[in-house]
Design a binder for this molecule. Sequence first.
Ligand code: HEM
Ligand SMILES: N[C@@H](CC(=O)c1ccccc1NC=O)C(=O)O
Length: 275
Amino acid sequence: MSTFDEAAKGAKMNFAKDKSYGDYLGLDKILTVENPLDMAHDGLLFIIQHQTSELWMKLAIHELTEARRCIAQGQLQPAFKMLSRVARIFEQLNSAWDVLRTMTPSEYTAFRPYLGASSGFQSYQYRLIEYLLGNRNRALTKLHEHTPEPHAALTDELGKISLYQVAIDLLCDRLGVPSLAGEAEGTAWEAKPEVQDLWQKVYEDPQTHWELYELAEKLVDLEDYFRRWRFNHVTTVERVIGFKRGTGGTSGVAYLRKMLEVELFPELWHVRGAL
Ligand code: HEM
Ligand SMILES: N[C@@H](CC(=O)c1ccccc1NC=O)C(=O)O
């Protein structure tokens, strides 16, 4: 068999003057990030798990922002594609827990003291996703006062109506009733019976309201995957640190269990019991 030689067949081999794979992807930056936890073997797993999660969150924010814009303009088909992609991103993040779960309490406690007060509680991209979807708590922007750009991104977001409010606006508009979406708020969306009644009309007659029906199911799907992420997180946390307090200062598992009760799109869950 002849030697494998793509260069002879025309593969470009010299990138002194042209952009290469690593240049486009910024790999010099991504792959040279310091690993301050390299004193313990599992420090690298922990850091890469979080860095990759943050990269996927960056994409989720990009998609959700554009999906919201499309819904606001009544362009539901492109929005559906983006919402499906975000659900798949969460599926990806959910699978990633399987890698982290290979880390035992003994392995984690070897480097946990070096984490100081840092915690995922301070992930501004995670908070931005929650804010975009509608689970808002203005008090948490305080965690980012020391970093102007993330802080501005979060406070700007609270000045806009959430993706769910945009969906409700469209629901009302298409069903010919005045908007029930409300204003931009710094607090979590609270279920409104009138909104549930409108979703009920959609679910009782999907043929007439097909696009709204599909929108509702895309949102339920997204929240379903998000809930699985929360559940995977709390289970992994209990498995690794039990009921210790979190480095971020919360009660830890008790706090995360409370977060399992969050309903991003409450009326869409409540309506199911009324059908
Ligand atoms: C061994 C692994 C992990 C442990 C022991 C752990 C532990 C915790 C704890 C105890 C909290 C509560 C806040 C605190 O007081 O610190 C928390 C919050 C959080 N963690 Fe983790 N975590 C782990 C992995 C991850 C990973 C891989 C991510 C992905 C980015 C993540 C993201 C978050 C986020 C976003 C919060 C805030 C949740 C909220 O406020 O609803 N964590 N984590
Ligand atoms: N809150 C965690 C620490 C932690 O998980 C963490 C620390 C620094 C960077 C990311 C982290 N991940 C998620 O919360 C703990 O209490 O062990």
